[in-house]
Design a protein around this ligand. Structure first.
Ligand SMILES: Cc1cc2nc3c(=O)[nH]c(=O)nc-3n(C[C@H](O)[C@H](O)[C@H](O)COP(=O)(O)OP(=O)(O)OC[C@H]3O[C@@H](n4cnc5c(N)ncnc54)[C@H](O)[C@@H]3O)c2cc1C
Length: 445
């Protein structure tokens, strides 16, 4: 390849997104500088001196290309995603999921960075502002080191930094059993809630299992704020067997149209977006482990086969209200030399963070090369994440890969009743074609 005349590129944060961004650019022959506070300084969630640390669960989620997360992985594989390749090299058995040996994973990533002649590493550096006359990529994660966090709004040019401590799970609308749920607001006031009734027996089993379920152990920095405003459902349940029934699961004014009577308890679901393709479980902020959320919340009859596109979480998570400030390449609208990647940029999850690092790398590569503007299509999972992150949204929250954010054009002109699997297969085929073409057009290696 002809030698590129390139600007200085400073990637701040060698976590999942930053490491991917650096390795991807280095592979194209582009020199980058990578900065991290490690090994001497790190957040309370990080423990290893290695980069690309997996902070919690070791799961990269479903590996089937017919799942949303698997589809994202298949697209990243086409684009030679370095961290995904490494994840596969050090995978551990986990059924249909891709799970990794976390220490080995970080060790291999770190060695690749250290041995790459196109990456200049600056460790022990707490960066608190962008470098002048350089392209900056801030990939500092959901727990940016102290000094930087207070400066971020200044860098972003707006007060758009947000934190969330607690959020409730979200399910895919299609996966709710509508034979067991009914629409209606309390005392017939509106129709915006989807009600999932429970009998006395079902409620009692649910509360018992909720109380027995395994919880995530909170770290010190998370304990301080979490419980003030937002009580986890399992803590409320622990206050007495009827506390949920008199709280968020109150059936008053919600008669079941099938029987005309109020059920013993009702779980309410609320639309998450205008398209109403996903619903949040009202009042279900929780600290249960993800697997336990699936197990216990699936005991609600209408949610027996529900697909959870997002689990409830309770940990500090700094993120940017992305649609206010980013274009579709995770770049500041008001400063084309500043990009953000990873969890802080409005994606959620390990693989999504890696994906955003790769997207930013592709954009920077194309820009340096002087290529035509390109766009990831929203018929791909990568494109859908880009679209989600920059589209106006007054209730913006970080998002992981799920079919709810993808364009659904494949099924528009087709006979109804395509199975979920057929739809997934159509999506997969089309996305692979689009990503392969993009790779070729960009001459991406
Ligand atoms: C407690 C916790 C648990 C999580 N559990 C899961 C989970 O189980 N599954 C899942 O999919 N996702 C999980 N996430 C969400 C997310 O996927 C991970 O946080 C992921 O590591 C994000 O990748 P990243 O590259 O954005 O940030 P990170 O991987 O955190 O990398 C950020 C890097 O930036 C460096 N840094 C920070 N500030 C500075 C600075 N000022 N100067 C220089 N370097 C700096 C840090 O040292 C770090 O190396 C969790 C998040 C948290 C906080």
């Amino acid at each position: 390849m002809a030698k590129l005349c390139q600007p200085r590129i400073c990637i701040i944060g060698a976590g999942l997104a930053g490491s991917e961004c650096a390795l991807a650019l280095a592979r194209q022959g582009i020199k980058v500088e990578l900065f991290d506070t490690k090994p001497n300084i790190m957040s309370s969630a990080h423990h290893s001196s290695n980069f690309a640390e997996i902070v919690c669960s070791n799961s990269f989620k479903n590996n089937s290309p017919l799942s949303a997360s698997g589809l994202l992985k298949s697209e990243l594989t086409i684009l030679n995603c370095e961290l995904l390749k490494i994840a596969n090299e050090c995978s551990v058995p986990a059924g249909g999921a891709l799970a990794v040996d976390r220490n080995l994973f970080s060790e291999i990533v770190t060695n690749k960075i250290l041995n790459n002649k196109n990456i200049i590493l600056h460790s022990n550096c707490n960066i608190i502002k962008p470098f002048k006359n350089a392209i900056n990529v801030f990939s500092v994660g959901p727990l940016p080191y102290v000094g930087l966090e207070s400066k971020l709004n200044e860098i972003l040019g707006k007060n758009v930094l947000k934190f969330y401590d607690a959020s409730a799970p979200i399910v895919l609308a299609d996966s709710v059993d509508m034979n067991k749920a009914y629409w209606g607001g309390r005392y017939g006031k509106d129709l915006d809630y989807l009600n999932c009734p429970m009998t006395k027996e079902q409620y009692e089993v649910f509360v018992d299992e909720l109380l027995k379920a395994e919880k995530v152990i909170l770290k010190d920095f998370e304990k301080q704020d979490v419980f003030d405003g937002c009580m986890p459902i399992e803590v409320l349940a622990g206050r007495g067997k009827d506390s949920l029934r008199f709280g968020p699961l109150k059936p008053k004014g919600l008669p079941d149209p099938n029987s005309g009577r109020e059920p013993f308890a009702v779980v309410q679901l609320r639309k998450e977006n205008l398209e109403a393709d996903s619903y949040g479980l009202v009042g279900f902020q929780t600290n249960l482990k993800f697997g336990e959320q699936k197990r216990v919340f699936s005991l609600i009859p209408a949610l027996k086969n529900a697909e959870f596109i997002k689990y409830g979480v309770m940990h500090r998570n700094t993120f940017i209200d992305a649609p206010q400030v980013f274009d579709k390449y995770f770049k500041l609208k008001q400063n084309k030399d500043i990009y953000f990647a990873g969890q802080i940029s409005g994606v959620e999850g390990y693989v999504e963070s890696i994906a955003s690092g790769l997207i930013v790398a592709m954009e920077i590569f194309n820009r340096i090369k002087g290529g035509q503007n390109f766009q990831f299509d929203c018929k791909t999972m990568i494109g859908s994440l880009c679209e989600y992150v920059h589209s106006p949204n007054s209730k913006f929250m970080p998002m992981n890969a799920n079919y709810g954010i993808m364009c659904d054009i494949h099924t528009q002109n087709m006979p109804k009743k395509l199975t979920k699997e057929t739809k997934a297969k159509l999506r997969y085929d089309e996305s692979q074609m689009i990503i392969n073409k993009l790779k070729e057009d960009l001459k991406w290696r």
